[in-house]
Design a protein around this ligand. Structure first.
Ligand SMILES: Nc1nc2c(c(=O)[nH]1)N[C@H]1C(S)=C(S)[C@@H](COP(=O)(O)O)O[C@H]1N2
Ligand SMILES: [Mo]
Length: 511
């Protein structure tokens, strides 16, 4: 009926490897650290029970990751071969195998919390390549469907045609990989410049001892940069060499300023713990992180430029074209609104705005935390429209007082009796005064709150409750330093941030 099994296996491999190549090339160009194969490897580590992963790491030492990647590549290669064999009978069966691989890769990049839409692009490109390449090589392997008449010369599939197509796929792969390396060269150069950058006066973070509540499972008070959530609209993030960066401050000012990176570093540096969160964070969600930021106060620069009367906003523009409008008051009052150059004692990671981004305590990121910032225009809200406000989100967006339960997790089973529960709460710029929990709708009970020497960060909280055997619901609410109590009214994230109490359901069992 058709060519030998070996040819079909080779066809499957050729199509499969081409898809890996195009996918990897696109990941390089987009600067996606998580190319799909790496994402799958990390997903496996996450899914494996902790002790298995730990034992594997101990047994293999530094070879654990190459070993895991090797296993995945071997597994994936075997799957390509299977796809080729299945396509011998039915093309769709081979393609289905690729679709399944694509879904696995897609899930592996979508599930982690630092997911940004652009991480899905390499997976989609790889899948599209597979779905096109497989029929293309199959076409020359399959004999025409007409019956072979007696005496007629046997019409075999074209061996030469097949090899030509496999060779062409090899060329496509090599071409993509070379182009990918070439196009990502600029980004790698910037990554190197970042590695070599030494920022005078930037200190390492030292978590205040009193901030830790000491309950396992509560989110760490300081968020490591690698774990910090990411939100940006750019598909390929800007790669800016600090030597090519400048910031223009203009608009309703007396003196326009243009600052180079060095000009900025020559100003007085301020360092602060600041918690940043996204307006799209649902009640109980994790689009929030707390870091040690180092930078120059925006206020100092605005005073230097001389803000004119009548201005009430600063339109910030990123190198990637994204914009946000920030209330002038938040940039001029006593808070540490920073043009940050470092996060957790290191130059900003590229994904978090290298070389300079804005951070304003007490405002959601979409109206304040411009990454890769290059332009500040002092203006009026009635004259501007910014990226998200032109899409229905509110112009003014102060952070809403919020709290979250981290322990126990929703659906958890715990031992009946005394149970220590805990989580985090935040009301940046105002500060958290108190956190209260209610078990099964009972009276609100005050929790112990970690002490932090600032109002601009979240706090950890914990409290002992007593649980009888059976199903329970725990709710939490926070009280800020103006004595405002977090509202239980449930509102969606649009237009200016979610409200409502976070609750978890869990079951207590007799020990
Ligand atoms: N250039 C640029 N800056 C941006 C955004 C963006 O899409 N592009 N997103 C904003 C939003 S909505 C948030 S919540 C924060 C997230 O910052 P992070 O990715 O460092 O956590 O960045 C803000 N700054
Ligand atoms: Mo956001």
């Amino acid at each position: 009926m058709t060519s030998s099994r070996a040819s079909w296996i080779l066809g499957g491999l050729a199509a499969g490897l081409t898809g890996l190549a195009t996918s990897h090339a696109v990941a390089l160009v987009l600067g996606v650290r998580q190319s799909p194969v790496v994402a799958v490897a990390e997903a496996i580590v996450r899914i494996l029970p902790g002790n298995v992963a730990e034992r594997g790491i101990r047994a293999l030492g530094h070879l654990d990751k190459p070993f895991l990647l090797g296993c995945i590549i071997a597994g994936v290669t075997a799957t390509f071969a299977v796809a080729g064999l299945l396509a011998r009978r039915h093309l769709w069966a081979g393609q289905l195998v690729f679709v399944v691989l694509g879904v696995v890769g897609g899930l592996a990049v979508v599930v982690p919390k630092d997911f940004t839409g652009s991480q899905l692009v390499p997976v989609l490109v790889g899948l599209a390549t597979w779905l096109l390449a497989l029929p293309w090589v199959s076409a020359v392997l399959r004999r025409p469907d007409r019956p072979v008449e007696a005496g007629a010369e046997e019409v075999g599939p074209s061996r030469r045609g097949f090899l030509v197509r496999v060779g062409a796929l090899g060329l496509v792969s090599a071409g993509f990989l070379l182009a990918g390396r070439w196009l990502s060269h600029g980004r790698r150069a910037v990554e190197q410049a970042r590695e070599l950058l030494h920022l005078d006066g930037v200190t390492k973070p030292a978590v205040p001892r009193t901030a830790r509540i000491g309950l396992r499972g509560v989110t760490p008070w300081m968020t490591e940069s690698a774990d910090f959530y990411q939100v940006h609209t750019a598909i390929a993030i800007p790669a800016i060499d600090p030597a090519d960066w400048s910031l223009r401050i203009h608009g309703m000012v007396d003196r326009e300023l243009v600052l180079s990176f060095q000009d900025l570093l020559d100003r007085r540096l301020t360092e602060a713990w600041i918690t940043l969160n996204c307006v799209s964070n649902p009640v109980g969600g994790d689009l929030i992180g707390n870091a040690w930021w180092s930078g120059v106060r925006v206020k100092d620069l605005l005073v230097e430029a001389g803000v004119r009367d009548g201005a009430d906003a600063v339109l910030q523009t990123s190198r990637d074209g994204w914009t946000c409008g920030t209330p002038l008051t938040a940039l001029l009052d006593a808070r540490d609104a920073l043009l940050a150059v470092a996060m957790n004692g290191e130059p900003l990671p590229l994904e978090h705005g290298f070389p300079v981004r804005t951070i304003v305590p007490g405002l959601y990121g979409y109206v304040s935390a411009c990454k890769w910032v290059v332009d500040l225009e002092v203006t009026r809200f009635d004259r501007i429209s910014a990226y998200w406000t032109s899409r229905g989100w509110a112009e003014e967006a102060p952070v809403k007082i919020s709290s979250r339960i981290d322990v126990p997790k929703d659906g958890a089973r715990v031992a009946a009796g005394p149970l220590r529960v805990g989580g985090v709460a935040w009301a940046q710029f105002t500060g958290i005064e108190d956190v209260e929990v209610s078990l099964d709708g009972g009276a609100w009970q005050s929790a112990e709150v970690g002490y932090v020497p600032t109002n601009d960060t979240w706090v950890q909280w914990a409290v002992l409750v007593y649980v009888e055997p059976g199903d329970h619901q725990l709710r939490v609410r926070a009280v800020d330093k103006t004595r405002s109590v977090q509202t239980g009214v449930e509102r969606d994230v649009l237009p200016d941030g979610a409200t409502g109490w976070h609750s978890v359901d869990f079951t207590a069992e007799d020990a």
